[in-house]
Design a protein around this ligand. Structure first.
Ligand SMILES: Cc1cc2nc3c(=O)[nH]c(=O)nc-3n(C[C@H](O)[C@H](O)[C@H](O)COP(=O)(O)OP(=O)(O)OC[C@H]3O[C@@H](n4cnc5c(N)ncnc54)[C@H](O)[C@@H]3O)c2cc1C
Length: 500
């Protein structure tokens, strides 16, 4: 019989599914991606990634593959048609122009290098789960097929079949909207002029995409989208711009068109037995906050190592459930952020005073910063290893910044230390810490010794494979607490002589 116990099936090869595939491939877990589209496009709706996603790419050695000319920092980030000023924020809170198709290409290339089986042109049409695994039914040009794995992850986007078949409710809230976008090539000669902004019916923007190209994009509130099967046309875009702005624009040189919309929606739970959800399958947001793809990347890196631990048999009790526990509240927060933006935009005649007030508040640096950090706020409220209720170390639960490490060689920084997708036990104690039997977790946790770093204010840090700090100790004097932390995230160590 086919060997399936160590396999994870991923439905959907968008950014979330591909990131998860990379994580599983890195951990040495067999991953199969079934993706409905036969080919990857060179156009996409998404235009931007957050610094937090780039941090993830850095930790996995992927950022080095992005050419400098393909990515640039946006000086400001949109919020409900205001602009948040990046001010003195660090790079991790910037937004970078980097089209979604480039992210997908980067991830697909890496996933294939890691041996992931990506089956393009294969659509998931059904599945059944039992106590031991999940049997997935797919359809392709060659016919129907069945595929079994230990787990199935639905990364199949907003209309997720996996979510529907798993019976997971997708709660809808906030105002419905519908939008059309068109990427237009500018001709030589006089450039077109458009009336952009926020209007009573919706909004219209004309954003530079790349030299010589503009993205025209409308959003209409409370509008009904044409039937899905209807092809998008330049006339539909022109008419939508006209309805929103009250002008009669000329739209020429259209190279690519797309339609989008809906409401903000959030899955009630991210796990149903052996079936999990990530990315847009779990949460769909109003787009202006450039959130969706970024949230999907974070879902994938949170889930990847936990699934690998389950499949490889070393996961401590409850580890996989921490995926829902940690990511669902983040989903709630970003959905709230999206709904709040909608509420600040429509109906314009009623929200104008509120917008004026928010505009004034945005002059305050702390408010700017709060709104910028809120959606990508990256920490998880992780419990302290000794169960104390005292003031936790400020790094506990936070992603560890990529500070340089003086190890006398490799790795030379935090991101480099995390490149292999394993946990990292960082000994910064200058020989003072007692790490007890930490070496017994070799294969799951790498011990890295570096010179003390004043800015981290810690002697010992245990960092999960997703870069979040699971244990932080200022003195490094308690091997029992450290052992508890190691066991609670990485299971009991393999007994002597047992190969991992
Ligand atoms: C206009 C617009 C602009 C946006 N801009 C940004 C931005 O700047 N930054 C940002 O972070 N987000 C942005 N987003 C959101 C972002 O595009 C999505 O959040 C992101 O695509 C979600 O990734 P995903 O992999 O979860 O889902 P998807 O990208 O939807 O991928 C799902 C994949 O699953 C496949 N699939 C679906 N059903 C099946 C099936 N049954 N079997 C097999 N395969 C299946 C699909 O073909 C698809 O490839 C934008 C969205 C829109 C509409």
């Amino acid at each position: 019989m086919e060997d399936w116990e160590d396999r994870v099936v991923i439905a959907g090869g968008g950014p979330t599914g591909l990131m998860l595939a990379c994580e599983l491939g890195l951990a040495g877990v067999e991953a199969v991606v079934v993706e409905r589209d036969p080919e990857q496009d060179e156009d996409s709706q998404g235009m931007a990634v957050h610094g937090r996603s780039l941090e993830v790419f850095k930790r996995r050695g992927l950022a080095d593959r992005i050419r400098e000319e393909d990515i640039w920092a946006w000086p400001r980030t949109p919020f409900a048609f205001f602009w948040l000023d990046l001010g003195d924020l660090g790079e991790q809170d910037y937004t970078y122009a980097f089209p979604q198709w480039r992210t997908e290409r980067l991830l697909e290339e890496r996933a294939r290098e890691l041996g992931v089986d990506i089956r393009r042109g294969h659509e998931l049409v059904g599945f059944e789960q039992d106590a031991a695994g999940v049997t997935v039914e797919t359809r392709s040009a060659e016919g129907s097929d069945r595929l079994r794995g230990a787990f199935l992850v639905g990364c199949d986007g907003a209309d997720s079949k996996v979510r529907d078949l798993a019976g997971i409710e997708f709660e809808s809230s906030g105002l419905a909207y519908h939008g059309v976008l068109g990427d237009v090539v500018l001709s030589d000669g006089p450039q077109p002029e458009f009336t952009t902004g926020l209007f009573q019916r919706g909004m219209f923007g004309a954003l530079p995409l790349q030299p010589g190209e503009l993205r025209l994009m409308t959003i209409e509130f409370g509008a009904r989208a044409p039937d899905r099967g209807t092809p998008v046309t330049a006339e539909e875009l022109r008419a939508s711009i006209g309805r929103v702005t009250g002008t009669d624009p000329e739209v020429e040189g259209v190279r690519w068109l797309s339609r989008f919309g809906g409401t903000t929606r959030h899955a009630r739970r991210y796990r149903e037995g052996r079936v999990l959800l990530a990315g847009d399958a779990a949460h769909v947001l109003y787009i202006s906050g450039t959130q969706g793809l970024n949230a999907g990347i974070q879902d994938a890196v949170n889930l990847g190592w936990k699934l690998a631990a389950e499949v490889q048999g070393w996961a401590p009790d409850g580890l996989l459930d921490t995926y829902h526990g940690e990511r669902h509240p983040v989903g709630e927060r970003i959905c709230m952020h999206a709904r709040a933006q909608m509420a600040l935009m429509h109906p314009l005649d009623q929200v104008t005073p509120l917008r004026a007030l928010v505009g004034d508040l945005l002059e305050i640096d702390a408010v700017n910063r709060f709104l910028l950090e809120l959606p990508s706020a990256a920490g998880y409220p992780l419990p302290a290893a000794d169960g104390t209720q005292g003031e936790p170390h400020p790094l506990l639960g936070q992603p560890l910044p990529d500070v340089p490490l003086d190890t006398g060689g490799e790795p030379d920084g935090v991101a480099a230390a995390l490149r292999y997708g394993r946990g990292v036990l960082l000994d910064l104690s200058d020989g003072a810490a007692d790490l007890g039997e930490a070496g017994a977790w070799a294969g799951r946790v790498d011990v890295v010794t570096a010179k003390p770093l004043r800015e981290l204010d810690a002697a010992v840090l245990l960092v999960r494979p997703d870069g979040h700090v699971a244990y932080a100790d200022r003195t490094g004097g308690d091997p029992k607490d450290l052992r508890r932390a190691l066991a609670s995230w990485f299971g009991e160590p393999p007994s002597a002589g047992t190969a991992e």
